[in-house]
Design a protein around this ligand. Structure first.
Ligand code: F6P
Length: 363
């Protein structure tokens, strides 16, 4: 097979396991096919910057250290859509052609994009513009990418959230408190639901299922009447207030991010329950750290499969994990779909079966 030059980039919020995927891609491409691999820095920016910002990988990145390393050695961005790039004067500029020209200047034959659904959608649009063959690898702690049971980073984030509950439980018991843990997840509740079940929460609130303050209070009262002096509440950051308002906080740079639902609940519950309430917002700690075993495994499988797809000429596809197997699906089928928690699925049913209050939908 003729030598190919493939590019790889990470886009969107970072998470644990990205470097393991890079490692697998480099390993398979260089050792398996004798190709050259170019790592594009800072997502699409590396191809939009002049001079181009990239590194050619050699087999040194195939070392096992990459499996253990959190974050992404390539850097990433989760803002700055090239079709509407925010300029310093406040205007938006279409810089998509700079991306395509950058790709051509580097003489690439295909691009592997490691990203969430948002990045994948934008990058796929860019690639279509320049006839760039693209293969996507799903990653996001939110685990909301359609057609894959797991995205890279999710299970590590889940372990961090579960450990946080483990650590909150004894201090809750010591002080007879209700502990509220606010976890990430953007518009979906996968981290909250699974960590809440695994950590033994009494209340789990997720954006997919409406809740009431009365329901939360009734559950906490039940816990007390059964003789336990403390309770654990896990809430997904994307949950709305009872009146349907999303709570966000402005970050440096003016971008709004979810945040505040935990404190909102604490303030509301303050007047309704006797116990003291404390709030922990877990934040970006869920994205950092050493990747767990499941993420190392799927990242490795995804990386190998992505390169194999390019070798077979099967492009415009995303690798996915379904029923214990790596498979691939058309990129067009994941665009614009957010894979939320099924309010009537196994995990929601499990939570209800364990007596956890998860809101008001019918079982
Ligand atoms: O999508 C991943 C995620 O960590 C979300 O869970 C969270 O809402 C968001 O990114 C935070 O973004 P940022 O890194 O810009 O604060």
């Amino acid at each position: 097979m003729a030598e190919k030059r493939i590019g790889i980039l990470t886009s969107g919020g970072d998470c644990a396991g990205l470097n393991a995927a890079l490692r697998a891609v480099v390993h398979r491409a260089i050792r398996g096919y004798g190709w050259r691999v170019f790592g594009i820095r800072d997502g699409s920016m590396g191809l939009m910057n002049r001079p181009l910002d990239y590194v050619e990988f050699d087999l040194s990145v195939v070392s096992g250290e990459m499996l253990r390393l959190g974050g992404t050695i390539l850097g990433t961005i989760n803002k700055g859509d090239p079709f509407a790039y925010p300029m310093p004067d406040g205007t938006k500029k279409d810089r998509s052609s700079e991306f395509v020209e950058g790709y051509q200047e580097l003489g690439l034959d295909a691009l592997i994009v490691i990203g969430g659904d948002g990045s994948m959608r934008i990058l796929n649009k860019l690639c279509k513009l320049g006839n760039v063959p693209m293969v996507g690898i799903p990653k996001t702690i939110d685990n909301d990418v359609a057609h894959t049971d797991y995205a890279i980073g999710y299970v590590t984030a889940l372990s961090v959230a579960t450990e946080a509950i483990d650590r909150l439980a004894p201090t809750a018991a010591s002080h007879h408190r209700v502990m509220i843990l606010e976890v990430m997840g953007r518009d979906v509740g996968h981290i909250a639901l699974s960590s809440g079940i695994g950590g033994g929460a009494d209340v789990i609130l997720i954006p997919e299922i409406p809740y009431s303050l009365e329901g939360i209070v009734a559950k906490i009262d039940d816990v007390r009447s059964e003789g336990r002096n403390h309770a654990l509440v896990v809430v997904a950051e994307g949950c709305k207030t009872e009146s349907g308002k999303s709570l966000t906080q402005l970050q440096t740079g003016g971008e709004a991010r979810y945040g505040g639902i935990g404190q909102y609940l604490a303030d509301k519950l303050g007047g309704l329950i006797e116990a003291e309430t404390r709030v922990t917002v877990l934040g970006h700690v869920q994205r950092g750290g050493t990747p767990g075993m499941r993420d190392r495994l799927i990242a490795s499988a995804f990386g190998v499969h992505a390169v194999d797809l390019i070798a077979q000429g099967k492009v415009d596809r995303m690798v996915a994990w379904q029923h214990g197997q790596v498979v691939d699906v058309p990129l067009a089928e994941i665009a614009g779909i957010t894979r939320g928690v099924d309010p009537y699925g196994t995990l929601a049913h499990t939570a209800r079966g364990l007596g956890i209050y998860i809101g008001e939908s019918k079982a």
